[in-house]
Design a protein. Structure first.
Length: 555
């Protein structure tokens, strides 16, 4: 339209106020980049702000802006890059290109070069490197970064970019050619404050989920802690103990409030830029809910994430005693887990019956009693089971056990982007034996423990179970009972056969006393246990082997 033509004619390119730099091309991202939860947390520096520091601090991994999904204001902080000794390994790779390293670790504005649709920009705090897919802008001429980010996340820039780049690739040239209207005298005095609020709301949302390195505690557990502290401070118990249902209701209200607040601020931001450019006849400030990039409460997702957090506490990754990450590659210290003791060996069995004292349901029940109260356990189990889509005539405990047996691992793989940290060692389709092993607590005797403490023990238990079932079948008089017992006997005998084969495979690898180097990443380390660990359509061994080819070739 003529109005849009005038926008381009009257305003100077944003490149007069913003330098956008392409970052490194490592030459082999599978070798030199990881998702942060793959490696030992002690080998990641989150507090390096000068590139010179990387020469002497003997830390291998550093945060790296690397694009990501559509997300505005803050987030997508997951990638790390091997920059030990000022990037020595990357620089030695024949296909690498290290660009603009003088801008590494500086605060800027990053965006996703490749998008599934809309353009999105985010603040990047000091301490990050960046690659070619996470190109980063740095303000010049003392232009406030908040004003630039405000414009880039507005509807105005979205629509102008559709003209400049109709494809799904946002290169430096198109963004720098955006016509930018900057008049600080006419800029609302609260615009920078509003942008900082948008960043804060987005950061709080990002950190509410355990895939953030700044995750503290699960919201549904934190609300229980807050409730308890409130009752202590008032020197009396509140009227009702907090159940998971009530915690979720509070969380739902909080997240709805944050969502609506962010949406209102975004629409006010759009309104400012639409009016500044005189585009009231072209655009409206409203933002559809699906373009708001913080999350509302979701019962099914949030209950599943609560169970994931509970597993994290069982494994020692988290603790009810204090917030944040506790054990992720460092030496395990059980004293960090007084309120709810972590599992002694980082191995949690999941079987169709509670054959072991550290069975996952047994541990979950103790977690729920501790994180909430023993009195609320029946209500909480019922609520969790219903959120997991409980079957007719299924008890809450049976429903939750079925979830851990059949769905938990797939949820975990999806959440952790096919780089899981809780590995399911499984005997096969009959699910005779299953156990979660925490990658960061794996030791060279872990497989031997799996075999002696669990698999051999389960074989003995199954023999006894088979004998009892045979006796019951011989004594049964009703046809329905006989049919049910016969089916159970057949299942047990099939599980026992499966377990014998699995035990032999397990012994073969246990004798090798495999050691892991966490720096090699999940893809490679997982393939070393082929035949013992879960493999499905969501985590194919051939895909992991392809991702780990650089290491397999070295071997």
């Amino acid at each position: 339209s003529d109005t849009i033509k005038q926008v381009f004619a009257k305003n100077i390119p944003i490149g007069e106020f913003l330098k956008i730099k392409a970052g490194m091309s490592t030459g082999d991202n599978k070798q030199f980049q990881r998702i942060w939860w793959e490696v030992s947390i002690s080998q990641i520096s989150f507090n390096t702000f000068e590139i010179i520091e990387t020469k002497d601090n003997q830390i291998r991994w550093y945060p790296c802006s690397s694009g990501g999904s559509f997300r505005k204001w803050f987030g997508n902080n997951e990638s790390i890059v091997d920059w030990e000794n000022n990037g020595m390994r990357i620089k030695q790779h024949k296909s690498s290109a290290v660009r603009n390293s003088s801008f590494y670790f500086k605060e800027g504005i990053t965006y996703s070069k490749i998008s599934s649709g809309l353009f999105s920009a985010r603040i990047v705090k000091p301490g990050f490197l960046f690659d070619d897919t996470g190109r980063t802008g740095f303000t010049i001429k003392e232009t406030p970064k908040e004003i630039i980010l405000s414009f880039l996340c507005s509807k105005v820039s979205q629509n102008l970019l559709k003209i400049l780049t109709p494809t799904l690739s946002f290169t430096t040239k198109e963004i720098l050619n955006l016509p930018f209207l900057l008049n600080l005298k006419l800029t609302p005095p609260n615009l920078e404050k509003a942008v900082n609020s948008l960043i804060l709301l987005s950061r709080q949302d990002w950190d509410n989920f355990e895939t953030s390195w700044d995750f503290q505690k699960h919201p549904l557990v934190q609300l229980s802690i807050n409730n308890y502290q409130l009752s202590i401070n008032n020197s009396e118990l509140l009227d009702k103990p907090l159940t998971i249902e009530r915690a979720f209701q509070q969380w739902e209200q909080q997240s709805e409030t944050a969502f609506n607040q962010l949406k209102h601020l975004e629409e006010e931001n759009n309104k400012h830029w639409i009016e500044a450019y005189g585009l009231q006849d072209e655009l409206t400030p409203e933002v559809p809910d699906d373009q708001i990039t913080i999350r509302k409460a979701d019962l099914s997702r949030d209950i599943r994430s609560l169970l994931s957090y509970a597993v994290g506490c069982m494994m020692g990754r988290y603790s009810l005693d204090r917030p944040g990450l506790i054990h992720a590659g460092q030496p395990f210290d059980p004293s960090q887990h007084q309120t709810f003791p972590a599992d002694s060996d980082g191995i949690i069995p999941i079987t169709d019956r509670p054959y072991f004292p550290d069975d996952i349901i047994t541990q979950l029940i103790q977690f729920l009693k501790t994180a909430y109260t023993p009195d609320t356990l029946p209500q909480n189990l019922e609520y969790i089971a219903n959120a997991l889509t409980r079957k007719a005539n299924e008890t809450p405990r049976d429903c939750i056990r079925r979830y851990f047996l059949t769905q938990f691992t797939s949820d975990h793989i999806k959440t952790y982007k096919k780089r899981p940290i809780y590995w399911l060692f499984t005997s096969g389709k009959k699910r005779a034996f299953n156990a979660l092993v925490y990658l960061h607590r794996y030791q060279e005797d872990t497989l031997a423990r799996l075999r002696t403490d669990y698999v051999l023990e389960l074989q003995t238990k199954l023999d006894s179970e088979i004998q009892r079932t045979q006796t019951d079948l011989g004594n049964a008089t009703h046809t329905a009972s006989k049919k049910q017992l016969a089916k159970r006997l057949k299942d047990l005998q099939g599980q026992q056969l499966e377990l014998r084969d699995y035990q032999a495979k397990l012994q073969h690898l246990a004798d090798q006393r495999i050691q892991l180097d966490l720096d090699d990443g999940v893809a490679y380390n997982y393939t070393r246990f082929k035949g013992l660990v879960y493999e499905g359509s969501d985590l194919k061994m051939k895909d992991l082997e392809k991702a780990a080819k650089w290491k397999i070739d070295l071997d």
